[in-house]
Design a protein around this ligand. Structure first.
Ligand code: GDD
Ligand code: MG
Length: 371
């Protein structure tokens, strides 16, 4: 198989996912019990990608430790910026780590995307566009609310006539930039070696020169940059993986009084107490221990969490090794950072974000942060 190379933007601070990104980079956030970037690497390996440059900045060391020099048979290199350089600068900086033949396709992507795109299909579409003068082909996805994304005006021939990043006014198009690009090496000559924005500087210029094309992806796609979207992506993947049966990864311990309402994923070593109700949309990491008569739904629970009897967790996220005391309730989009303790009977609801290693002894109604 011919080989492909890729650059992945992996350096954003993940501010909107704090407190979970206080202790891990966004790209290591678990999606159905597996790091986001592992999903991407696996798909890249299917497309014959042999080499990836991770353009790192925030928590670069964690990524380097996790991925090492090779992952899924793909050679991994790291390009570390001295300071944050936006979405363009890191691509330019990565150029020196990547050797490309004149007609070779380069994949470039935002690392915080989960999707089921076949990269080889994007590559083939891009090759056709190159014949018509394309430098870059952007993967597009149709959404209802385009305001948080880059929006494109697409011509019937596949050319992108205009690119608007996070438009504030009304735009007609519903096609957004999905953050995955196939490109010729010419792209590097469009990027300045400084803090640069692909979306505000490079793409509008390519569009004005008729050198930007679009390729619409119609499968699953999600940016995990916000908690609502992060949960949505997890539940989509859980549904696809687990469907109507609970997915048990390794061994789990529970008796027949436990009710599992699909989709449910139980990581290896999970233990569930009698009378508990897990699901729908519950993803429990490795070695999670749940007491008796607990309820967990529409939530993601990271590895090593421990919950005493009678707890309720609804529409929320618990970071690694969180401890939840007896009859505590965590609901309404609340997020508890790694290693925090929620005292017995305490209720936290409506977007309460608890920093890592905190002890919460009083009820809290959000939106608020407990720091
Ligand atoms: N190395 C490095 N350095 N990476 C960075 C930096 C930086 O300074 N800033 C951001 N990144 C990485 C992030 O980690 C992420 O993987 C990617 O670049 C995009 O940054 P986000 O901050 O997540 O951007 P966004 O989600 O608001 O918007 C982008 O993605 C949308 C699709 O999800 C844009 O490309 C939009 O046009 C697009 O629609
Ligand atoms: Mg993003």
């Amino acid at each position: 198989m011919k080989s492909l190379k890729a650059i992945i933007l992996a350096g954003g601070p993940g501010t909107r996912l704090r407190p979970l990104t206080c202790t891990r980079p966004k790209l290591l956030m678990p999606i159905a019990n597996r790091a986001l970037l592992d999903w991407t690497f696996e798909r890249l390996s299917w497309a014959g990608v042999s080499e990836v440059v991770l353009a790192v900045n925030y928590m670069a060391e964690s990524l380097r430790r996790y991925f090492g020099r090779e992952r899924y048979g793909i050679k991994v290199k790291y390009s570390l910026e001295p300071k944050a350089m936006g979405t363009g600068g890191p691509i330019k900086l990565s150029q020196k780590l990547i050797k490309l033949e004149e007609d070779e396709t380069l994949l470039i992507m935002n690392g915080d995307i989960w999707c089921d795109l076949e990269f080889s299909v994007l590559e083939a579409a891009h090759k056709r566009n190159v014949g018509r003068g394309a430098v870059t082909t952007i993967t597009l996805y149709e959404v209802k609310d385009v305001s948080r994304f880059g929006v494109v005006e697409l011509k019937p021939d596949g050319r992108i006539a205009a690119f608007h990043e996070k438009p504030s006014g009304k735009v007609k198009s519903r096609l957004i930039n999905a953050g995955i690009y196939a490109s010729t090496s010419q792209i590097f000559s469009y990027i300045e070696p400084r803090r640069t924005s692909m979306e505000l500087e490079v793409f509008p210029r390519l569009a004005s020169e008729n050198r930007l094309y679009g390729f619409q992806h119609k499968g699953e796609w999600g940016d995990v940059g916000k908690f609502e979207d992060y949960l949505k992506v997890n539940f989509k993947v859980a549904e696809a993986l687990a469907g109507e049966k609970p997915r048990i990864e390794g061994s789990a311990e529970y008796n027949s009084t436990v009710k599992l309402v699909p989709p449910v994923i139980l990581g290896d070593g999970v233990r569930l107490g009698s009378g508990s109700r897990i699901g729908p949309n519950a993803i429990l990491g490795r070695n999670v221990k749940v007491g008796e008569n607990c309820q967990i739904s529409n939530s993601v629970v990271f590895d090593g969490v421990e919950m005493e009897d009678g707890c309720l967790v609804k529409g929320s996220i618990l970071g690694e090794e969180v401890f939840v005391g007896r009859e505590a309730k965590i609901t309404g989009g609340s997020v508890v950072g790694d290693l925090s303790i929620i005292a017995p009977k305490v209720k936290i609801s409506r977007k309460v974000y608890v920093c890592p290693r905190k002890e919460v002894n009083k009820p809290a109604l959000g939106p608020k942060r407990i720091v």
